[in-house]
Ligand binder design. Structure first.
Ligand code: ZN
Length: 305
């Protein structure tokens, strides 16, 4: 079976010459005959990490011949300083398209480009307006705001339809369905968030600026400038002073990262810790992002009332 598929692929490639994007007709008289093989070639898409995977699942939902695989372990959180593993490279094998967040999130992208020269990269952040982090780098956490997620879904879809035009109408109609759900979510979140009383918050790492911008929250301080690494004693002491001075009472930690410093900060300033989910891990299901955000909304309502 595998040999048959390989043969068919070779034949299709030769026939189409262009490779990607050209669904070829079945050739009469080819040595391979199978009623089971789809008219369209199989397409393997790899996503760099969780939020891209959930978007891709929605965009490719129910489309035959398209397989989506997440390259990294679902528990790896954000990809800051992520090192590629042999397992990741194995996941990349046979993939024709890789969907990345872009905006500097995948620091290993050059290495992948080097090792897989024919891989087509779909950059979810291409052309989108980006915020700057405190360290002067662009902030890659676009998907954490619902508007950013919508922009990225549309961006991925646009690029995917160009790379695989034979399935363009299916991608577009799936994306439209998902965007409608995201728009409804955004509206629900606005209805609740527009009336909250507290607007000043502290977050664990710089995952929430796009989210804060969308819902008019002021991030007064960030605890970990290097995600996953705790601030120095001196930096923490300074943070405690600043928090006392500004009177911020709400700290948003993230379950994906340890929050010892957040606990110290809360204890020293009388602020409360709540957990927001930046949607970097979770169930591998199409509606996972929607559910995560609904849950975040509950936390926000409780924390900021
Ligand atoms: Zn991050």
């Amino acid at each position: 079976m595998k040999t048959k598929i390989t043969w068919l692929l070779i034949l299709f490639t030769v026939a189409a010459m262009m490779g990607l994007g050209c669904s070829s007709d079945k050739k009469a008289g080819t040595p391979v005959q199978s009623e089971q093989v789809d008219e369209q070639r199989e397409l393997k898409i790899v996503t760099s990490f969780y939020p891209m995977y959930i978007m891709a699942l929605n965009i490719t939902k129910g489309i035959s011949g398209v397989e989506v695989i997440n390259m990294t372990e679902p528990v790896s959180g954000c990809l800051h300083d992520y090192q590629l593993t042999p397992r990741d490279m194995k996941n990349l094998q046979e993939a024709e398209i890789m969907i990345v967040n872009g905006a500097g999130m995948e620091s290993f992208l050059d290495e992948i480009r080097d090792r897989r020269k024919n891989l087509k990269i779909v950059d979810a952040s291409a052309g989108l307006e980006l915020l700057e982090q405190t360290d002067g780098e662009v902030n890659p956490h676009l998907w954490v705001s619902v508007s950013g997620a919508i922009d990225q879904v549309n961006n991925i879809t646009r690029q995917l339809t160009r790379l695989d035009p034979s399935r363009a109408s299916s991608y577009l109609s799936n994306a439209a369905t998902y965007v409608k759900q995201l728009e409804a979510l955004k509206q629900r979140m606005h209805e609740k968030m527009d009336t909250i009383k507290i607007r000043d918050i502290i977050t664990l790492h710089e995952a929430f600026p796009y989210f804060a911008q969308e819902f008019n929250l002021n991030i007064k301080a960030v605890i970990q400038h290097e995600p996953g690494s705790e601030p120095s004693a001196g930096a923490l002491a300074k943070l405690i002073d600043e928090t006392k001075e500004s009177g911020v009472k709400v700290i948003f930690a993230e379950s994906q990262y340890s929050s010892q410093s957040a606990e110290v900060l809360a204890r020293e300033t009388g602020a409360e810790i709540y957990y927001l989910d930046p949607a970097v891990s979770g169930p591998m299901e199409p509606d996972a992002y929607l559910k995560i955000m609904e849950n975040n909304l509950k936390v926000l309502e409780e924390a900021l009332k």
